[in-house]
Design a protein around this ligand. Structure first.
Ligand code: DMJ
Length: 556
């Protein structure tokens, strides 16, 4: 009897192990645990580019076939080939000689930036996948779009840094989302435009993968709901109910940057699809904005009445709520390859006034003041540090068509970015306060808002100035900033900002989506060869998503 029970017990145990083994093999796709290739065995004979899958006998594999039906290998092959192309010299690229001369250190530094990207991405994947932004300290996340914002904002950085596995994973996410999904977030149209639409468009242009154009169109279509009778769109839009409204704190007003930073993406969506609808919306905004007559020609107060009849405040600034409107006037001119004079006229008026009314030099420091109700305030936000790159880019593209002006602009841009870098060097952490006050007489820098949010603007300007001059001082400044970020903002589970740049142990808990989209991308480009996103071929949107310049375009 005991013998029989033991025999039955043995048979059951063997049977149990066979079943468990079969299940494991099934669920992990046959991957062996010592196998260095992370791809499950069942997936390995998928040929991405000719849609062939050897084992086509169940629905799961059909799904895999759909997911990987584009030629990822050749996308990455192209990215590599572009990087190996012959260097082109010219006013937008002066780094050929110095890049080669310092090639070893450049490669080393670019690799270190890529390592930071990997750390930021891997932790986002682990603790916040599918959510908008990672909270590294809490191993949690923050949502304000409900759309996996970090994934979309990071797509082109993954491509540029040749992070293929990560890109495949990100692409699968994009394929799985509905832009007008059932969630209850009131999404900023401006933020969604620069991060989502900008991210989809640049990824489409870099890959030719129609998935990203489809998503760009879906996003652009949702945006149309934000436009009602007014020339300006509603500030926020619920992507599911399609209802637009104004933020409760803005008292029914919108801002210059929010409505003035749609042109590049809207024009590009229309040019790419052949559907003029977005361009028409952008034109109405542009005509309204450029129709305003102000005391400082070309400069517009930051608060706007949505019906286009006037202003909600009397604040003129190249910082928050104003900044990227001026940036986009120049970038529209560049986007159309210098062929549309109206953008040149708008930008030249604005930049002349910026330098005349907002530029200030005080005892060696050079910065942009704000003008509030006609009074000068010597406060500069970190956001305004993009403007040195803008002034330099205007010179590099010769928008003024005048050699002497270009030389002057380059000098001003250099001193402006130097002061921005000094705002980093002025704190114990080596990281810049989000805004600083300058003593109008001594020029002394004092923190106003002491936080550091991992923002990109200073590094963006350093990158532009480096490409335009070949002066390696910009690389050195960028590197010290990167080292401070690594020292104080890199934590076990990603990167965080600082609550106070004077006491770096006080950290915030947010890995902003623009950290991977912009800060790390510009850092990587600062140590890359000029063939990686050449400025003669691409113009960056304000979230660092590169859009190709329309070379053949002549008229609208
Ligand atoms: C980004 O979203 C963009 O750079 C925008 O133009 C300004 N704010 C953040 C980064 O600081």
């Amino acid at each position: 009897m005991i013998k029989n029970v033991l025999f039955l017990y043995k048979v059951c145990t063997v049977f149990f192990f066979i079943i468990v083994s079969l299940c494991i093999l099934k669920f992990d796709g046959g991957k062996h645990y010592n196998d260095p290739d992370p791809t499950p065995i069942n997936w390995r004979n998928i040929v991405y580019n000719n849609k062939t899958i050897e084992n086509e006998n169940n629905i799961k594999e059909e799904k895999i076939k759909l997911k990987l039906s584009i030629d990822i290998d050749s996308i990455f092959e192209n990215i590599k080939n572009e990087k190996q192309k012959q260097d082109v010299d010219g006013p937008l690229n002066r780094i050929n000689y110095v890049y080669r001369k310092n090639e070893r250190i450049n490669i080393e530094r670019a690799e270190k930036v890529k390592d930071a990207m990997k750390h930021a991405w891997d932790n986002y994947v682990k603790y916040a996948w599918g959510q908008d932004e990672l909270r590294p300290m809490a191993s949690s996340y923050h949502n304000w779009f409900g759309l996996g914002l970090t994934i979309i904002d990071s797509l082109d950085t993954l491509l540029i840094m040749e992070m293929k596995d990560e890109f495949i994973q990100a692409r699968e996410w994009v394929e799985s989302i509905n832009i007008d999904q059932d969630n209850d977030y009131d999404i900023s149209v401006f933020e969604a435009n620069i991060r989502l639409l900008g991210g989809f468009l640049s990824t489409y242009h870099l890959t030719n993968d129609s998935l990203f154009l489809d998503k760009a169109i879906e996003t652009g279509n949702v945006f149309l709901n934000a436009f009602e009778d007014d020339p300006f769109p509603k500030q926020v839009l619920n992507f599911f109910t399609k209802k637009g409204k104004y933020n409760y704190w803005s008292q029914g007003c919108t801002s210059l940057a929010e409505v003035g930073t749609l042109f590049l993406e809207f024009y590009d969506l229309s040019e790419t699809t052949g559907n003029p609808i977005w361009k028409e919306k952008a034109d109405i905004i542009l005509d309204t904005l450029t129709g305003f007559q102000t005391k400082m020609t070309g400069l517009i107060p930051t608060g706007l009445i949505p019906d286009g009849t006037g202003f909600c405040d009397q604040r003129i600034s190249v910082g928050s709520s104003g900044d990227s409107y001026y940036e986009y006037l120049l970038k529209m001119w560049i986007y159309y390859d210098g062929k549309q004079d109206k953008f040149k006229q708008y930008y030249m008026q604005a930049s002349d006034s910026i330098l005349r009314f907002l530029y200030k030099r005080s005892n060696g420091n050079t910065y942009f003041v704000e003008n509030i109700k006609g009074k000068t305030i010597d406060t500069q936000e970190h956001l305004a540090c993009f403007a040195s790159g803008m002034i330099a880019l205007g010179a590099g593209t010769n928008i003024a068509n005048d050699k002497n002006s270009n030389q002057l602009y380059m000098k001003l841009a250099h001193s402006l970015v130097k002061t921005c870098v000094d705002t980093y060097y002025s704190t114990p952490s080596g990281l810049a306060p989000d805004s600083v006050d300058f003593d109008p007489v001594t020029g002394e820098i004092k923190p106003n808002n002491p936080s550091f949010f991992l923002r990109p603007e200073t590094i963006e300007s350093l990158f532009i100035l480096y490409r335009l001059t070949g002066n390696t001082i910009y690389q050195e400044w960028g590197w010290t900033i990167f080292e401070s970020i690594n020292q104080h903002c890199r934590v076990d589970r990603g990167f965080v900002g600082l609550r106070n740049t004077s006491t770096p142990e006080l950290k915030d808990d947010l890995q902003q989506s623009f950290f991977m989209a912009e800060t790390l991308k510009y850092l990587y480009l600062l140590y890359s060869d000029s063939n990686v996103i050449p400025l003669s071929q691409y113009v960056f949107n304000t979230e660092a998503h590169p859009i190709p310049i329309r070379k053949a375009h002549t008229s609208r």
